[in-house]
Design a protein around this ligand. Structure first.
Ligand SMILES: [Cu+2]
Length: 79
């Protein structure tokens, strides 16, 4: 049985619920992504948790964040 794993992204440039919606939309399209959880820190560093069961490509996450118009400052994995 696959185990859900998380990747935590630290993202800057997000300010409101629209930002949360657009980053969620972009990340949902990345292969392997099951769920997204955003803790918005308006004007600061927001925490975006990506849940995956098969692993996910860092480069694809990076591109999704950029596509949404924000900056990925770091990636933390539990695996
Ligand atoms: Cu916004």
């Amino acid at each position: 049985m696959p185990i859900d794993r998380t990747v935590v992204l630290h993202v800057t440039g997000m300010t409101c619920s629209h930002c949360v919606a657009s980053i969620t939309e972009e990340l949902e399209d990345v292969t392997g992504v099951l769920n997204i959880e955003v803790i918005l820190n308006s004007g600061g560093t927001s925490q975006v948790t990506v849940v995956t069961d098969h692993g996910v490509d860092d480069q694809a996450l990076q591109e999704a964040v950029t596509e949404a118009g924000f900056e990925l400052v770091s990636i933390h994995r539990d695996f």
